[in-house]
Design a binder for this molecule. Structure first.
Ligand code: AMP
Length: 394
């Protein structure tokens, strides 16, 4: 069975084609600058790579080129080989608690929920509509970033604000990175042979969130109504006092959207370090003695540790703390600093074991009270797995 996982942005489209019989990647690639001058694509397959600048007016053009290339590069011999398409979809509000077969109603909902994800849902829909146009008879599945968090109870998902905001406008915690957290939970359950694990999943990348997971279900997560909240991130502030917004609006003569933009795009690592949003640069800045890089890194570590401590209590102890995504999988130093701060919980890191990047590995000592693992995430594979499960159970 062959399944394509799609992650469509407003001017881009990322794909991976899987052979789901053995979960191998047959091809992967990126279409960029769709609808913009200089549009191009790159496709990797069996150790080879093709790259070409080619005009793409819209996402339908990109999908047509993608499918033609899969044939001309002999990756597939006909479109009939594609059994299904899975689409990363950001917001399913509280209606979608799991991935779902895409119908006209689902398309309408993704469009309706765009007020909750104004950049992402419309972009995801561009991908869905393009495939619907080019491959009208191939089943498609929407895999929502928010769905995994729908098991969070109301005490954790409600904000202490006027209740009407929830009942009338659906203001509540939704959480994001759900596909990644779900992949981490499933991978650990499978590798450790237990489905009753208490897990704190730390997805630490340019965007970052933690999830407290019990028996494979999400109990709480650090992102909220939008992906702005929780731990500090590359350019996003994480949790801040909402009163800062009108205060800065007045000081800088900005409107609410401009200040929100500052919180989304000029804060986090970038805001504090005044240097870079990329953790590798921050690490470099630290070695060069840049004081604000030191503060940014310490603040990041502190905010992650605070959430781990909170979730440790919420879960009444934890079996596994998992690190994933760009920083979580690759930053040896950051992992070390975070786990060292957990010493009072009896959690201990094995310094030699931690000296790796991007591989599934236990990095805690044998006598550590909880285990600590690096678990490389694979959202594309999770999308393909969910897609397969749904089309097989139709
Ligand atoms: P992501 O959003 O998951 O792609 O993660 C991006 C973040 O991961 C950026 O802050 C990168 O600096 C960080 N990252 C990627 N590779 C490394 C690495 N080798 N060492 C430290 N940080 C890394």
């Amino acid at each position: 069975m062959k399944i394509i996982s799609i992650n469509a942005g407003s001017s881009s489209l990322k794909f991976q084609l899987f052979n789901m019989d053995d979960e191998t990647v047959l091809a992967s690639g990126l279409f960029e600058r769709i609808g913009i001058e200089g549009s191009c694509y790159s496709i990797k397959y069996t150790g080879k790579k093709v790259k070409e600048e080619i005009e793409m007016k819209d996402h339908s053009d990109a999908v047509k080129i993608l499918l033609d290339k899969l044939i001309s590069l002999n990756i597939i011999s006909s479109f009939d080989e594609i059994d299904a398409v899975g689409h990363r979809t950001v917001h399913g509000r509280d209606k979608y608690t799991d991935s779902v077969l895409i119908t006209d109603e689902v398309i309408e909902d993704i469009d309706k929920f765009k007020e909750f994800a104004p950049i992402h849902n419309p972009a995801n829909l561009l991908g869905i509509k393009a495939f619907k146009e080019v491959l009208p008879n191939v089943p498609m599945v929407a895999v929502f970033d928010t769905a995994f968090h729908q098991t969070i109870d109301e005490v954790n998902y409600l904000y202490p604000v006027p209740y009407k905001w929830y009942t009338d406008y659906q203001v509540r915690k939704y959480g994001f990175h759900g596909t990644s957290h779900k992949f981490i939970a499933k991978t650990l359950a499978e590798k450790l042979g237990r489905d009753d694990l208490k897990i704190i999943s730390c997805h630490l990348g340019q965007g970052a969130s933690l999830a407290a997971i019990k028996n494979g279900k999400c109990v709480d997560t650090s992102m909220g109504f939008t992906p702005l909240t929780g731990v500090i991130m590359g350019t996003r502030s994480g949790d801040v006092d909402a009163s800062i917004i009108p205060f800065v609006m007045e000081k800088e003569g900005k409107n609410v959207h401009e200040v929100l933009d500052d919180l989304n795009k000029k804060s986090g690592f970038l805001g504090i370090s005044q240097y870079s949003s990329d953790s590798r640069d921050i690490e470099q800045g630290i070695t060069e003695g840049k004081r604000n890089c030191v503060i940014a890194e310490e603040k990041f570590v502190r905010s992650v540790v605070n959430y781990i401590a909170q979730y440790y209590v919420l879960l009444e102890g934890v079996d596994v703390i998992a690190f994933t995504a760009g920083i979580g999988e690759n930053s040896i130093n950051t992992r070390l600093k975070i786990v060292e701060e957990l010493a009072c919980l009896g959690i201990k890191i094995d310094i030699d074991a931690n000296n790796v990047r991007g591989e599934f590995k236990r990095i805690s000592t044998p006598d550590s009270k909880s285990e600590v693992y690096i678990v490389p995430t694979n959202e594309e594979l999770m999308i393909a797995r969910d897609t397969k499960a749904i089309i097989e159970n139709r």
